[in-house]
Write a protein that binds this ligand. Structure first.
Ligand code: PAF
Length: 284
C-alpha cells in the first residue's frame, strides 16, 4: 500500500488508474483503525478494483470543547492494518493540505435540517464539518463508491442527502455495525473507557434491544419508553445525551403510524461519548 500526503500526487496516480478502467472505492476515516474500519475496506474491495482509505482528523467537525487535540493518531499501526485488509492507497493529508486557505474562509457544504437534529443538536456545526470534508474528499478522489459505517446512522443519511442534492457521481454504501463479543459497537473513542467502563458500555446496545423488543411487543408510548431507557442508562453510570425513537425515513419523532423506525442513541460514559442505533421494521 502506498501512502500519499499530497493531493496532487494522489490525483495523478488515480487519474492513471481511472484511465486504465479501474473502479475506485473510498473509505474515509479519522484513523485509529479498528476491525469496523477494516470491514469497510473489505466491502469497498469487494466491489472496486482500487481501494483508497483516507485518514484525516478533521478539525472542522470538532466543537471547541471536544477531543480534537487528544483524538488518537496512530498512523504507523493504521498503515499496517490497511495493508492487511487489502487497501491500495492511503491518503493522509495535513491540515494545511486540506485547508490551504485556512479554515475560516473554507467553502462550507451543509445539509440543513437533517444536520441540526439529534447528534447535530448536541454538536452544533459537526455535520457541516463532516459534509464539507467528505465533499472535498469526493472531489480529490472522485470515487465510484464510498463506504461509511452504519454506526453513524445520521451521518450516513446526511452524506447520502448531500450526494443526492449535489448530483455527486458516487454510490454511497453503508456497512453493518461491527461489535465486540459483548455487543459494544466498535469505535475509536472506546479507547477512552476504563476497564470498568468497558464492562458497563454494552448496556447501551442492550437498552436499545430492550426498547426494540418493547416496540415489537406493541408499545407505542415512545416518550415514556425513551424516558425509561434514559433511566436504565443513568442507573449504570451513563449521562444523558439523546435516546430518540425516530421515523427511519427522515429521523423525525416516530408516531404510532410509523412502520420503519430507528432508535438513535448517544450516551456519554466517563470520557467517551458512545453512539449506537437499532432499526425496527413493523411492516411485516
Ligand atoms: O466517520 C468518520 O470517521 C468521519 O466523520 C469522516 C466520515 C471520516 C469525516 O471526517
Amino acid at each position: 500500500m502506498k501512502t500519499f500526503h499530497s493531493i496532487a500526487e494522489l490525483r495523478a496516480t488515480l487519474q492513471q488508474e481511472r484511465a486504465n478502467g479501474k473502479r475506485i472505492g473510498l473509505v474515509p476515516t479519522m484513523g485509529n483503525l479498528h476491525e469496523g474500519h477494516l470491514q469497510l475496506v473489505r466491502q469497498a474491495d469487494s466491489c472496486c478494483d482500487i481501494v483508497v482509505a483516507s485518514i484525516f482528523v478533521n478539525p472542522l467537525q470538532f466543537g471547541a470543547n471536544e477531543d480534537l487535540g487528544s483524538y488518537p493518531r496512530t498512523l504507523k499501526e493504521d498503515q499496517e492494518k490497511l495493508t492487511g485488509a487489502g487497501c491500495d492507497y492511503l491518503f493522509a493529508p495535513s491540515d494545511e493540505e486540506m485547508y490551504p486557505n485556512g479554515r475560516e474562509t473554507q467553502t462550507q457544504v451543509e445539509v440543513p435540517g437533517l444536520s441540526d437534529i439529534h447528534c447535530g443538536a448536541s454538536r452544533p456545526g459537526h455535520f457541516q464539518g463532516v459534509t464539507t470534508v467528505v465533499c472535498k474528499l469526493f472531489g480529490i478522489v472522485q470515487p465510484d463508491v464510498a463506504v461509511f459505517g452504519e454506526k453513524d446512522y445520521q451521518q450516513l443519511m446526511v452524506i447520502r442527502r448531500m450526494a443526492e442534492d449535489l448530483y455527486l457521481p458516487v454510490e454511497i454504501q453503508g456497512a453493518p455495525i461491527a461489535r465486540n463479543e459483548d455487543g459494544l459497537a466498535l469505535s475509536s473513542r472506546n479507547g477512552y473507557l476504563s476497564e470498568e467502563q468497558m464492562q458497563v458500555a454494552p448496556t447501551l446496545q442492550r437498552t436499545l434491544q430492550e426498547a426494540k423488543a418493547a416496540i415489537q411487543a406493541g408499545r407505542r408510548d415512545y416518550t415514556q419508553l425513551e424516558e425509561e431507557s434514559y433511566q436504565k442508562l443513568e442507573a449504570v453510570g451513563f449521562t444523558r445525551d439523546f435516546f430518540n425513537i425516530c421515523d427511519a425515513e427522515d429521523l423525525s419523532p416516530a408516531d404510532e403510524q410509523c412502520k420503519k423506525l430507528v432508535i438513535l442513541a448517544a450516551a456519554p460514559l466517563g470520557g467517551a461519548r458512545l453512539i449506537d442505533n437499532i432499526e425496527i421494521d413493523l411492516s411485516a
